[in-house]
Design a protein. Structure first.
Length: 254
């Protein structure tokens, strides 16, 4: 596989929840227009790491990051970086679908409106394009004014992805996006992830080894707040260098 350039990069990243040291010296490249999977047992720091990439952890009192998180070479923790602007560029999809209690249309138009887009024609265009990019348009185009809460779980998760796409991000973070979905919805979501990497850089946390192997180009294995190993996904799953990685992916622990 041709090595892709880095879209993001962490250098000696440490993270603390007050006195608890949650991440230790994480050095991880996030390749452009590729899917990077983060695997490891519960509580190993995967989701904490994911949230450092767009400073979602900032909302937790007493949390602190040390080291660098670079986006196009710029440290996102620099004093002149606006977290709101950062989260527009680096969007987040959570484990449980979280549509707003409003119409499908208004869910999609919410972000663009916040960022100053008021023109109805432009909003219509953004809503349609975002739903098409999230492979949801054909299923909801005749019910845009209906509540998003009436969608199935799988549709809600694709709606949330469309809502992220509506503000034109560069990177999409996904924290176990399929964990609450049935197998058919999960398969649709995985197909969508594969399509989205054409235009976006994606980082996904997953507990599902098969899913990581299916959807990702690169994989990082986390354990006890450290990144044990990072490599091309096929190498991680077929010829890991570290015995702990091999033990985890073969089910000896975790």
């Amino acid at each position: 596989m041709t090595e892709k350039p880095n879209k993001m990069q962490t250098n000696n990243l440490n993270f603390f929840y007050k006195d608890f040291h949650a991440l230790y010296d994480i050095n991880l490249p996030v390749r452009q227009n590729a899917v990077t999977a983060l695997i490891g047992p519960s509580g190993c720091g995967k989701s904490t790491f994911l949230r450092t990439l767009n400073r979602m952890n900032d909302v937790i009192n007493g949390s602190k990051a040390k080291g660098e998180v670079l986006l196009d070479g710029k440290n996102v923790y620099d004093a002149d970086v606006d977290p709101v602007d950062l989260r527009k560029k680096v969007g987040m999809v959570f484990q449980k679908p979280n549509p707003f209690p409003m119409s499908i249309f208004d869910n999609l138009a919410y972000g663009p409106r916040i960022h100053g887009i008021k023109n109805r024609g432009r909003l219509n265009e953004i809503v349609e394009n975002s739903l098409k990019d999230a492979a949801l348009w054909d299923e909801v185009k005749d019910r845009l004014q209906q509540s998003a809460m009436g969608l199935s779980g799988g549709q809600q998760q694709r709606l949330v992805i469309a809502r992220v796409l509506a503000v034109e991000p560069e990177v999409i973070l996904m924290d176990e996006p399929a964990s609450a979905l049935d197998p058919i919805s999960t398969s649709k979501l995985e197909d969508l992830i594969y399509q989205l990497k054409e235009n976006y850089t994606i980082v996904i946390v997953t507990h599902n080894m098969q899913q990581a192997a299916r959807v990702s180009d690169y994989t990082g294995f986390f354990l006890n707040g450290e990144m044990v190993e990072y490599d091309v996904t096929n190498t991680i799953f077929t010829a890991p260098r570290d015995k702990r990685t091999e033990d985890y992916i073969t089910g000896r622990f975790g």
